[in-house]
Design a protein around this ligand. Structure first.
Ligand SMILES: Cc1cc2nc3c(=O)[nH]c(=O)nc-3n(C[C@H](O)[C@H](O)[C@H](O)COP(=O)(O)OP(=O)(O)OC[C@H]3O[C@@H](n4cnc5c(N)ncnc54)[C@H](O)[C@@H]3O)c2cc1C
Length: 389
């Protein structure tokens, strides 16, 4: 690992200062308060402002096409996190847009991409179903092609369609051949969310996040919204999941984010500093704070799937310990009289739970590491063999 400093050029410093100042003007206290109340991780005004300034386009494009350089991309990610920008809708939108660039028709991409980059169009993920999300290929939402072949009719439901209510399209995995083996039965669509027959119902999670259940009843979608081949949806989905899991190829400059969800570590680092400033000075407290910092640094330095697991597990392990150090008042939530750290740790404690669920649970990631990285073979879920009588 290379721990050397990155020296910023004058131009990069100016870029950082301008971005920091701009974020200060758009991510106001009011925006942060509203985001906390709604749990949406999204603010349309902020999103459109970043689009209008060209930041979203620069994040999406490679440097060779006018996108950020590696240094500026790193500055961008850090400043977005430091400003506590309501954020998660953009990485999701960008991930889907990149998959569309690979698999959608040229016509659909040309229609949508300018609006995605201006911030007007947002995209959300429709993978998980009420009967189970980890095995995403066992998809029951049905898409049936109409006789003239020009469109499809979709019926089914999806759990946790986060930000569907702020998005214009859902990247929807459907089953188009129930008799085929499951990985050959899927077809991906980009479904306009204003289509008749789409219903979005709100759902709040334990950390106060807002997500949704979405229902699709006889939703008619033109074939131009199909992404990839009929019954070739697994290939499309795999590509998108690799990006979500952080298993895509990295740049060779060592500046790229090591794993998904490192933003949460910035929040944890800030909270740890605040705890250290007020916690007592006895050896046991110092030891526990030191251990928390070491765990956090190790998680922040772990790449890809390892980082994904280490970040969520570290959050789950450290936050109760820190609440314990700060005492009973740390169990009070934000904006409650007498809450230690104004509820900052209580919030992170609750955030740690879904962080180990969305985008894949920790158990499933550990299995993937065991199977695909350590070569330990496929997990076997069959019942234990009977003992001989
Ligand atoms: C806040 C939040 C936002 C989300 N946003 C989205 C979104 O925008 N779009 C979307 O499509 N989905 C979204 N999800 C869904 C998320 O991806 C799923 O919750 C996750 O993949 C787990 O699926 P499940 O909830 O159906 O649990 P299940 O798959 O039913 O799993 C239940 C339990 O069994 C364990 N388990 C399952 N399979 C295995 C296995 N093979 N080996 C070992 N243990 C196993 C799991 O770890 C878990 O503990 C979101 C979830 C949350 C909490």
């Amino acid at each position: 690992m290379d721990f050397s400093h990155v020296h910023l050029s004058d131009e990069d410093r100016t870029f950082r200062d301008e971005l920091r100042n701009f974020l200060r003007t758009i991510v106001t206290d009011e925006v942060i308060r509203r985001d906390r109340e709604t749990g949406e991780n999204f603010d349309e005004g902020v999103h459109l402002a970043l689009g209008a300034r060209g930041y979203l386009a620069a994040d999406f494009k490679p440097e060779s096409e006018g996108g950020f350089s590696a240094v500026r991309r790193r500055i961008w990610e850090l400043e977005i996190g430091r400003a506590h920008t309501p954020w998660f809708h953009w990485p999701t939108t960008m991930m889907v847009a990149r998959t569309l660039a690979q698999f959608a028709s040229r016509e659909l991409l040309d229609d949508l991409l300018p609006q995605v980059l201006s911030g007007q169009v947002r995209l959300c993920l429709g993978y998980t179903e009420p009967e189970g999300g980890s095995d995403v290929a066992t998809c029951k939402t049905r898409a049936v092609r109409e006789a003239d072949g020009s469109s499809w009719v979709i019926n089914g439901s999806k759990m946790f369609t986060s930000n569907a209510h702020n998005a214009q399209y859902v990247f929807l995995i459907t089953n188009t051949d129930p008799d085929a083996p499951k990985h050959q039965s899927l077809t991906m669509f980009l479904v306009p969310l204003d289509s008749p027959g789409v219903e979005i119902q709100p759902l709040r999670t334990v950390d106060g996040d807002r997500t949704n259940i979405t229902y699709y009843s006889d939703v008619r979608v033109e074939d131009r919204y199909r992404v990839g081949e009929v019954n070739g949806g697994w290939t499309v989905l795999r590509e998108a999941l690799n990006a979500e899991h952080g298993t895509i190829e990295r740049d060779d400059q060592g500046l790229q984010k090591l794993a998904t969800m490192t933003e949460h570590m910035l929040l944890l680092a800030e909270a740890l500093d605040r705890a250290a400033a007020v916690a007592g000075d006895d050896d046991a407290v110092r030891y526990r704070l030191g251990r928390a910092v070491a765990r956090m640094e190790a998680a922040m330095s772990s790449p890809e799937m390892f980082g994904r697991v280490a970040i969520a597990q570290t959050m789950r392990d450290i936050t109760p310990d820190l609440m314990d150090i700060l005492g009973a008042a740390a169990a009070l939530p934000v904006d409650t009289d007498g809450a230690a750290d104004d509820g900052g740790f209580e919030y992170l404690f609750r955030l740690a739970v879904p962080t180990g669920i969305y985008g894949g649970t920790l158990e499933v990631f550990r299995n993937m590491i065991a199977q695909h990285v350590l070569g330990l073979g496929r997990p076997n879920y069959s019942p234990p063999a009977k003992r001989p009588a």
